[in-house]
Design a protein around this ligand. Sequence first.
Ligand SMILES: NC(=O)C1=CN([C@@H]2O[C@H](COP(=O)(O)OP(=O)(O)OC[C@H]3O[C@@H](n4cnc5c(N)ncnc54)[C@H](OP(=O)(O)O)[C@@H]3O)[C@@H](O)[C@H]2O)C=CC1
Ligand SMILES: O=C(CO)COP(=O)(O)O
Length: 332
Amino acid sequence: MSGQDRVVVIGAGAFGTALAAVIASTGKAEVTLLGRDAGTMETLATLRVHEEALPGIELPEALSFSADPAVLKTAATVLFVMPSQAQAEAARTYGPHLAEGAVVVTCAKGIDRASSRLLTEVLEAELPHHPVAVLSGPGFAADIARGLPTAMALAAADLDQATGLARLLSGPTFRLYASTDRVGVQLGGALKNVLAIACGIVEGAGLGESARAALIARGLAEMGRFVAAMGGAADTVMGLSGLGDLVLTGTSHQSRNLRFGISLGHGEPMDFSRGGLVEGAFAAAVAARLAEGRGVSMPITNAVAAIIDGALDIPSAIEALMSRPITTERHR
Ligand SMILES: NC(=O)C1=CN([C@@H]2O[C@H](COP(=O)(O)OP(=O)(O)OC[C@H]3O[C@@H](n4cnc5c(N)ncnc54)[C@H](OP(=O)(O)O)[C@@H]3O)[C@@H](O)[C@H]2O)C=CC1
Ligand SMILES: O=C(CO)COP(=O)(O)O
């Protein structure tokens, strides 16, 4: 192993810990999980279990833990695995510690709400001397950390770089597919969270499995239109980040976005202090705004944004979606 193979994963939550664990377990790279709290990182190093984020899952011996940003000095690859709305702040905090030419990989699924910019744009603005890649796709942190088979997409501006990163970070249980569509791969992750909330509303309100299937298909059409308008390839959303992740989080109760939607469908008051991170609740309004500015029709995303905003109730949203003018099933 050389410095080229040193990977630092920033963000000791569920996904950061899972990614660090699965990458370390391949033995291809020296991996350090970098968290904010020194006490937590010491506990992780001692117990080798993250009881809060990944209860009962043993972390590999090969994984190192630190709260000292100085570990970034020797890392050629750095994964940013904090929530979308914290990526800009994290770039400002950790940017000065990055090694020259280090590749930064954003692993969050969202859009920056403060600036309405994609996360790649946010990181490129904060870290102008570093190539920025994207990792996204279907995979619950607990499944990845347990070593269950999972596959995701890794997008970089350059195909050789995407392939190199995919090879470095993949292992026997974690398979990455290379892409050059950073826009499509990151928006597939951001938008599926909004649609997972919609699927949850359908489930919670007892609207039936048929409604969920229709929502997945029409949601996918919406995603493709949006990605194309934002400069990505509509086809990308037919892959892992997009369809793959929408099927996973739109149907599995492991998904925080789905569970949040179910509680809305039950008519419970919105409560962001319970149930963990709900990225789709942040992405809905910003995606709706970006789509409107580009003349893209996003009826489901608009409905989710309006429900979360308190501007629309669920029965009215369903009526509005079902009474739209009859049209062809075009995806563009
Ligand atoms: N959980 C999952 O199954 C998956 C999650 N993702 C995506 O990964 C991202 C993170 O999710 P997840 O790990 O589940 O979230 P968690 O809530 O489990 O963890 C978030 C982590 O981010 C850290 N953090 C917050 N702000 C900052 C900051 N400014 N600088 C450094 N670290 C920070 C927190 O640190 P602290 O503990 O100190 O507060 C916490 O450890 C989301 O975008 C999510 O959509 C993607 C695929 C799967
Ligand atoms: O993105 C995920 C799996 O691919 C995790 O989904 P939730 O954030 O909804 O839990």
